[in-house]
Design a protein around this ligand. Sequence first.
Ligand SMILES: Nc1ncnc2c1ncn2[C@@H]1O[C@H](COP(=O)(O)OP(=O)(O)OP(=O)(O)O)[C@@H](O)[C@H]1O
Ligand SMILES: [Mg+2]
Length: 502
Amino acid sequence: MNPEEFFREITLRICSSLDIKVVLTRCFEYLELHFPLDEIALDIYDSQLSAIRRIAHVAASGKRVDEIVPLPENVWNWVRNLTEPMTMTASTDLPVAQATAPLVMREGNSDLVVPLSIGKKKIGLLILRAYGDEKYERKHLNLIKIVSEPFALSLSNALAHEELLNYSNTLLDDNTFLQRELSSGLDEEIVGRDSGLRNVMDMVRQVASLNNTVLLVGETGVGKEVIANAIHCSSTRKEAPFIKVNCGAIPDSLIDSELFGYEKGAFTSANKDKRGRFERANTGTIFLDEIGELPLPAQVRLLRVLQNREIERVGGSKSIALDIRVLTATHRNLEQMIREGKFREDLWFRVNMFPIFIPPLRQRREDIPALTRWFVRRKSKELGLRKPPAIVPGALDRLVKYDWPGNVRELQNVIEREIILFEGGPLEFRSLLPGSEELKSHSFHKEPNLPEPVRLDEAMALHIGKVLAFTKGKIHGPGGAAQFLDINPNTLRSRMQKLGIK
Ligand SMILES: Nc1ncnc2c1ncn2[C@@H]1O[C@H](COP(=O)(O)OP(=O)(O)OP(=O)(O)O)[C@@H](O)[C@H]1O
Ligand SMILES: [Mg+2]
């Protein structure tokens, strides 16, 4: 056998595929012509398990073998120190051959064991097996030795490839999970779609299938985000990403890199490329909430994106074309801001092509009863109550008459607090309407055994105690006392400490 031709042929077969099983099968077919050969295997050293892990195995008979062979410590060390190919049979008089023989079922077989390493790094073994005793000779050892290096490379590539595949599968999995998390809440119930929000929903239906920019205008808490979700979900982009950006929540200095991403080296801490929110929203929808909060320089750049549908990353030199639907929202009066020079008129023309006004709750009082029932049901479920509390006759009327400066969100909060304070009892909404005259007297009447007037500290301690009793001591997280009291959990803890609440 011409060694050069042998090397060439094996190398070609090794390079013929990324799939290590395919590679090994092709090598088997060739080696079979020059070696006694019934099985061939590639094993790696798995230091974590102190074991030999079989990465690929081909047998003429098609039979399978164990994929992981844990080794006793001394054998493991010895195997790891192999540098030269050697033959082993059941009668080989070496301690390691004796120790491994039963583990690898060597009885009645001859093995040609070839250690594989890259540089100093020992990575595994190539094993040729022929059925029968003493099948391998010196010439086989010499020949196989020539190709140990290409086999080592192929094994190492296969491992790297496997790792990449695992990695990318994990990422895919994470991504699907996160997308699902993000879109949970997207199919949220819209109460009032056929009454107070009928006009709004008509407009949603008109624009949903188009690609135009939409501006959602309305007071705080009216449901701008709910409507943005609805537009995305009834559009053809509903399976694609829906990326929300609260323009008011990003510090001015970070806006550009958040929205447009950056390229490695754009600034000192940019040690790798990063996609911005626009790129992440590609093929889907981006929702620019509180667009009135965008600083003027960012408004200029946003205008360019809206005109050209392409972005440039910070520090980048090429434009990236985007297929994107832009939804925006504001509770501010943008026209007023234009007059004050705080909002660019040219940007306003772009975003204001299809404005949707979401009326405040006081202008659609007919929705209040349905919203109340819906929130009572939902909150009770979240709080783990067996059944939603009843609403006292006349209580709904009180809610309908109230002016709701905080709109739907305020209604939702009021209901949540009422359910907690009344511990599952019927809801009256007497005490909780902020600003209502009854509030001031009512809370004292609720505590007949308190000397009046109480110190603020005492009232606070009592109230916190009640809420804690309701949440069964849970302080933070959903359904925790901090959430109900609408304060930061750490603030609550330190206040409890001060007031001596355990
Ligand atoms: N029609 C509706 N049906 C059910 N829930 C609603 C409705 N409108 C608003 N909500 C609820 O009220 C809360 C406030 O709504 P949302 O966040 O959409 O308001 P917003 O206008 O974006 O407020 P902000 O200006 O404060 O950002 C949310 O919890 C939302 O789920
Ligand atoms: Mg909002």
